[in-house]
Design a protein around this ligand. Sequence first.
Ligand SMILES: [Zn+2]
Length: 580
Amino acid sequence: MFKKNTCFQTLVSLFFFNTFLITQSHAQQVFSNNTYPLTDFRQPLDITPPALAGSFGELRANHFHSGADFRTNQRTGYPVYATADGYISRLRVQNSGFGLALYINHPNGFTSVYGHLSRFNPKIAQVAKDLQYKNKSYEIDEFPASDLIPIHKGDIIAYSGNTGSSGGPHLHFELRNTRTEETINPQLLGISIPDHIPPVIYAMYVYRLNGQSFNEFTPKQYFQVAGGNGKYNLNKVTTINLNGEVGFGITTTDRHDGQSGLNGVYSIELFVDGKAVYTSALERFSFENSRAINSHIDYPALMTQKRSIQKSFVDPGNPLKIYSNLANSGRVTFNDDKLHQVRYLITDSRGNQSTLNFNVQASSGASINAPAQASGINFPYQNSNEYQNSEIKVIVPKGTLYNDLNFVYKRGAKPQGNAYSAVHHIQNNLTPLHVGFELWIKADSSLAKHQQKAVIVNTSRVSQGGIFEDGYIKAKPKNFGSFFIAIDTISPTIVPVNIANGKNMRGLAKISFRISDNLSGIKNFNGYIDGKWVLMEFDTKTANLWHSFDERTSPGKHTFELLVSDMKDNVKRYAIEFYR
Ligand SMILES: [Zn+2]
């Protein structure tokens, strides 16, 4: 009995030992070139085990997620600790974005970033408030000198929150290269998150490229994937017949221990007959390249089907530096009538791996001709391109396009109500752009006295901004689409939440409002008590605007005035008296 048991245990441990060795060697291979310091940084929260609602490099709308989103049990107010020694190098308050944020420069050449904070520690909060009063602005972006706010590893620098463009309480945490400002996967710097689960693969796609630019017309085949626990194959298909030049794409996510949320994977590698043709790895990236996620993925599929397919071929204008081992940009030609083995290897940030294996039979009967595309004007991706007619000018600067474009323009009728031009259909919303393009729309004679109130809007009537210049309204939309001129002559709305004329505010900590604008958007707000500027805090996502009483407001009678302006300088004024 004893012997048998030992034997069984030996077998079991041998089995696990082997598995362990294999997993370890893969992980070591993937991260063996990791030269980042692994013990310099501590976790920014004391919540154990640390858990992420969002991982580094995760696919988000128009950007790769630039850090790790730590879960905070759906609550705000957890102490946030300095991850290492250093000094506060940037102190930022924004209506949106990271909301309240701190940056610490560390002597080892890295900068840690903490976002969506509810409040700073008392010392930093005082520095921030002094700056806000000095600048007469809620929003501040200050770069304190290295001796102003020194920090020790483990100091409480702030409390976790939900400020700025945050979808719920959490801590957004980043580690950046101080010099280049590239953001780096914190798991490569020893900020470890428990994860023993290999990535999940959902589907594989074949794009029939045939030497052409990728766009919404590229013929695409969908293959469902079967399997699990790190081993996947195509559902009911072992061999795909293909001919000519193709690209591949994959949908995949990662999950962490004990978490139901879906996170991003670390790397995607594609091999044909054992030879690497494509690797993407989210080790680090620069913010100016992050929008190229729209080139990394099949953007038309995201826009039309809400699917995030990661392409395994790289567009010529894609500036991301996350790619390596590229053979012909990841485009593969099958023209030898032979059988080929294709293999995807997906790795998460802890080295857990999944594979997808399938065969391709190169077969001359399997060709698909590229469909006819709309005839337009050729916009080469590496050039600056322009289009103009008697009513509009379109300037697409160099560095905007990821692929050559067949540019198409159509004129539509003038819309009903608040429209001062025809609708101009500029290409469509399926072509990703890296930066905004210049759009000039000639002002209608009916606009005459409203030139300074005009903005360009899309057909959902979302303002793209606009200034009057040379008889045109000019804006810089971030996407192609359909646009016309509208005007904003209406002042913002101010809704008092807890205050009214003559009210006794004793015992209340703050004065609250909700503010909004009909079209061009809120430009600024200024509050005054007894004629003196006071700090009004604003949260874009809830439209809440408030002033927290402090020693500036003594007991007794006071006046309060609030001025809110929109982007077209329409101003709303609210003024009352109150007691405290
Ligand atoms: Zn985040």
